[in-house]
Design a protein around this ligand. Structure first.
Ligand code: COS
Length: 383
């Protein structure tokens, strides 16, 4: 662990989530991945333990902890099973937190309380088949009608889309105004006019579901609009700033699992008459993995602490996500190398870590998008 002193409360959270992950999540991670099985039971138990609303105010069903606690929890969950980390992240930082930040009292009572207590599951619907990195190009529309809005269009890559009870959907209420014409709504996913389409067959995080969601003349009450008409793009950007801390923590967790497994294997496996851990070629890989992971964790915790202190952390969450995700991809590649041929098979979990690591360089903004966010800030700061 990095040398940032955790509070007693954060230590307690770390201990609780690590025990739960070791005892209940890790043992089933490989089978859930292989069989594409959504771990509904584990998610229910995480709700009972308070992790589905860890950083949501207790007034609205959450546990009221800080964002550093959230990052610690996501790292530990993802170390055992990145899919579980993804399900919690999409629910917590992409659904609960924007309702807490931008919702009115009724929305918090009606939607957030059920979500944060883990009784309901959430999803975040921004991307579309032709709008990922450039969400302002979305085609899904909302037309005003009889006290509500009628939604039409298709959302893509929606984590938890097939299982969610409530979702936040971003739609164009005025296409002529581009990003200023984007609005956000809370949707009951069981409403008429909401349909679940194709489930993606993915390289990694295979125990999550990733769905296309169709809106066909779906009437949403006007009172379900999050913020004001036209606020949607800023709500999405603000939400992703926070979400990227979670992805960074997830990447650190995957990389940490790769390191721990590599050390165990290097101590067990012998070549040329001694454990391969004795060879410098292996030691240098382990040293570089550990150093990069420590740096990635520090960047992640820094961004989380900045969010907790209410300072502008947009650049820092992008830096954390960029560095941690590339560290996870690099460290899992080295982990397979250390395991040799065995690492290339499903006999060892490092091939799963490698497949899971890749998504952290893509979702919630690709590495290229993170570089754009960082570069824009740096150019402003130094000019
Ligand atoms: N928080 C709040 N508002 C923000 C913001 C942030 N972090 N970043 C930008 N905005 C605001 C800007 O202030 C601007 O508002 P005004 O026009 O009122 O001044 C508006 O949003 C548009 O900003 P900008 O002109 O920078 O938008 P661009 O179209 O150039 O896009 C990027 C900016 C590329 C950073 C953005 O589109 C992005 O993050 N894309 C990736 C989306 C993503 O992560 N997709 C994955 C989906 S979730 S799996």
């Amino acid at each position: 662990m990095a040398i940032i002193e955790l509070s007693q409360e954060q230590e307690m959270i770390l201990k609780t989530v690590r025990e739960f992950a070791d005892n209940e999540i890790r043992p089933v991670a490989a089978a859930n991945d292989r069989e594409h099985r959504f771990p509904a039971d584990l998610i229910r138990k995480l709700g009972e333990l308070g992790f589905m609303g860890i950083a949501v105010d207790s007034e609205y069903g959450g546990s009221g902890f800080d964002n550093l606690s959230y990052a610690i929890a996501i790292e530990e969950l993802s170390k055992a099973c990145a899919s579980t980390g993804t399900i919690v992240m999409a629910h917590h930082s992409l659904t609960c937190l924007p309702i807490e930040a931008f919702g009115d009292e009724r929305q918090k009572t009606d939607f957030l309380t059920g979500l944060a207590s883990g009784q309901k599951l959430g999803c975040f619907m921004l991307s579309e088949p032709d709008a990922g990195s450039d969400p302002a190009a979305m085609k899904t529309t909302a037309r005003k009608k009889d006290g509500g809005y009628v939604l039409n269009g298709t959302k893509a890559w929606i984590t938890n889309g097939a299982e969610a009870d409530y979702g936040i959907v971003f739609v164009s209420t005025d296409a002529s105004r581009k990003h200023h014409g984007v609005s956000a709504f809370i949707v009951d996913m069981k409403s008429d006019g909401v349909g679940v389409g194709k489930l993606e067959d993915k390289l990694g995080i295979r125990a999550t579901s990733t769905a296309q969601i169709f809106f066909e003349d779906c009437l949403v009450p006007a009172e379900n609009m999050l913020g004001e008409e036209g606020d949607g793009f800023k709500i999405a950007m603000h939400t992703l700033d926070g979400g990227r801390i979670g992805v960074a923590a997830q990447a650190v967790g995957i990389a940490q699992a790769a390191l721990q497994d590599s050390v165990s294997y290097a101590n067990e496996r012998s070549a040329f008459g001694k454990p391969i851990a004795n060879f410098q070629g292996i030691q240098f890989m382990i040293a570089d993995m550990a150093t990069r992971i420590e740096a990635a964790r520090l960047l992640t915790w820094q961004a989380a602490v900045m969010k907790d202190r209410d300072t502008n952390y947009s650049k820092h969450s992008s830096m954390a996500k960029l560095y941690a995700s590339e560290t996870a991809m690099w460290a899992t590649t080295k982990a397979i190398q250390i395991h040799g041929g065995y690492g290339y098979t499903t006999d060892y979990p490092v091939e799963r870590y490698f497949r899971d690591a890749k998504i952290t360089e893509i979702y919630e903004g690709t590495s290229e998008i993170q570089r754009i966010v960082i570069a824009r800030e740096i150019l402003k700061e130094y000019s």
